[in-house]
Design a protein around this ligand. Structure first.
Ligand code: ADP
Ligand code: MG
Length: 167
């Protein structure tokens, strides 16, 4: 994170009454997907939400990729990945991602069905997390070119697939 970004995060967090220091920051990778409505605009707006979030510092957003859907017949997806730094814990970060999904009208009607916005937590530092609401690394990420290609575009070297501890 640049010192400018660090200062911005610290001043935003301080306005929110949060204490933040570089030592408490975690790095996370997020997959973004959409295949309902203006998906490209939705993904750009979702990146803006991450950029503007007081407890999340957006490091980079990949290009947008158009990919065929898996699951039931449905429109193509637009996919992207983002890398962020945050002092939020992994579950708190998941909850923020789900709140952003909701803000874009996400409905869960059908498994792997069409969606206005899907935000999946791919990686959180180098942790392996097995929680009823959260599996990290995301269990399907290595099977999905639409995840790996945008992630490879922006991921810091060594960040992919080197988990080292379970929590
Ligand atoms: P999918 O992304 O697989 O199509 P959903 O977005 O509907 O499915 O998410 C279903 C549930 O998956 C969520 O309620 C969430 O608790 C859980 N989940 C488990 N691991 C993760 C993860 N790494 N990222 C996002 N959601 C996850
Ligand atoms: Mg999801």
């Amino acid at each position: 994170m640049s010192s400018e970004d660090q200062e911005r995060l610290e001043s935003q967090c301080s306005r929110e009454g949060l204490q933040v220091s570089r030592a408490h920051l975690h790095r996370a990778a997020i997959a973004l997907g959409s295949n309902l409505g203006d998906s490209a605009a939705t993904l750009r707006a979702a990146c803006d939400r991450l950029r503007e979030h007081p407890a999340i510092a957006l490091q980079s957003c990949s290009s947008l990729y158009r990919t065929p859907a898996i699951g039931p017949p449905q429109p193509d997806y637009v996919n992207a990945c983002a890398v962020v730094e945050t002092e939020l814990g992994a579950i708190a970060l998941l909850e923020e991602l789900q709140a952003i999904e909701q803000a874009f009208g996400r409905q869960r009607l059908e498994h792997w069905g069409p969606r206005t916005l899907d935000l999946d937590l791919l990686l959180y530092d180098h942790e392996m997390i097995h929680h009823p609401r959260l599996q990290v690394p995301h269990p399907h990420m290595t099977e999905r070119g639409f995840v790996l290609l945008p992630l490879a575009e922006i991921a810091p070297p060594g960040c992919i697939l080197s988990p080292r501890k379970a929590s």
